[in-house]
Write a protein that binds this ligand. Structure first.
Ligand SMILES: [Zn+2]
Length: 385
């Protein structure tokens, strides 16, 4: 049973198996005549990508391809893509892939007509108003993983290679005009990527749900996203061809990114520096940190997590929820400690500083100061929940 659905929230989404066939139509709707197709180096030669490109060429589109994108993409990746876009006279971007292809594609469309450097648009205060909105090109997003949710988001995470920090580039018009959410595109993901990206979606839903502040919309979306991951991530790992479960994971991913407008928390505060310094997989790193951060935040979220546990069909308590997270990690092979993730502890002090400075830190349920960040890091290193 394959579900097909059109949503207009939080942007236009065409959801359902096989809907990649509508990519040429998506370009017509968004007014793109000469697209730049942006994806990452690992994906560009795979059949899933080549058949999408063939669809476009068969429909008469002259399409450029830019795939010089690293797994943790850098400012240089964006700048080089902007050069290719300008040289080719492209009037819009197809952002195709996992987090890196989507984030770089969105950033290239954003930067296409700007005169200031990328880092002037970091998500700080009202810096986004520095941009010339009229020069931002339209974006069609096609996720090939179920995790980042960047396909519906208004920001890109790009590594500043000078400072080795992950920075968030934000502008409301970076949200793709149209998303094709086709779960068939995720079937070929290696198990490691299925699990890692699934844990990223879980971290987004969970951290948004736990972030302080009044935001019942985000809370509702986050809670349902957590439930969908619990129910469907084990299914897609057991049976990669389970298209209904793949679809539910794809939904959970875009729900996570919708919910985290409310805020993220210390899972991401710690995962960002570790990913920037050691090039670890973002979602796997989140999965490793998750239980340690839950425990560190316990005093502020105990009641809220008990409610979430009840919604997910568990005993309504913090301990039951924590146990379910630990069991899911173990079943799916998420590294339990930073040692298992192959992250050394010789830069723990620097990571503590970077975690405090991370944009996710302000919305952690308890105040994340350096001492607490280093304490969480140490416990995660030792595997001591
Ligand atoms: Zn994330």
């Amino acid at each position: 049973m394959a579900i097909r659905s059109n949503w207009n929230y939080p942007t236009a989404v065409r959801f359902g198996a096989g809907r990649i066939a509508e990519l040429p139509e998506a370009l017509k709707i968004t007014g793109i005549r000469k697209p730049l197709f942006v994806t990452d180096a690992g994906l560009v030669n795979l059949p899933v990508t080549q058949s999408a490109l063939k669809l476009l060429r068969d429909a008469g589109f002259e399409v450029g391809v830019y795939a010089d994108v690293k797994p943790n993409p850098t400012g240089a990746n964006v700048d080089a893509g902007v050069t290719v876009l300008r040289a080719g006279g492209h009037d819009g971007v197809i952002a195709f892939g996992g987090g890196s292809g989507l984030d770089v594609g969105k950033a290239i469309a954003f930067m296409a007509g700007q005169t200031r450097p990328l880092w002037d648009f970091e998500d700080i205060g009202d810096w986004w108003t520095r941009a010339d909105s009229s020069a931002i090109l339209p974006i069609v997003a096609v996720p090939t993983t179920a995790g980042t949710g960047s396909e519906v988001g208004r920001a890109s995470v790009i590594t500043d290679e000078k400072t080795h920090t992950k920075k968030i580039i934000f502008h409301p018009l970076m949200q793709p005009k149209l998303v094709i959410a086709d779960p068939e595109l995720t079937i070929g993901m290696p198990r490691f990527i299925t699990v890692g990206t699934g844990f990223d979606a879980l971290a987004h839903c969970l951290e948004a749900y736990c972030a302080p502040g009044y935001h019942p919309l985000a809370d509702g979306i986050g809670a349902e996203g957590v439930r969908l991951v619990f129910e469907n991530l084990p299914k897609v790992v057991d049976n990669p061809n389970d298209i209904e479960a793949r679809g539910n994971m794809m939904s959970a991913a875009l729900m996570g990114a919708t919910a985290f407008q409310k805020g993220l928390g210390a899972i991401h505060s710690l995962s960002h520096p570790v990913g920037a310094l050691y090039d670890t997989h973002h979602g796997m790193t989140n999965g490793t940190f998750m239980p340690y951060v839950l425990v560190a935040n316990r005093s502020a979220i105990e009641e809220r997590i008990a409610r979430l546990a009840a919604y997910c069909g568990l005993t309504p308590s913090f301990d039951a929820f924590l146990a379910a997270i630990l069991a899911l990690r173990e079943k799916l092979g998420v590294p339990h400690s930073l040692v298992d993730l192959k992250v050394p502890n010789d830069r723990r002090d620097e990571i503590g500083d970077m975690a405090v400075a991370d944009p996710s830190t302000g919305s952690n349920p308890v105040k994340l100061d350096k001492a607490l960040a280093v304490q969480i890091f140490d416990r995660a290193y030792e595997g001591r929940v």
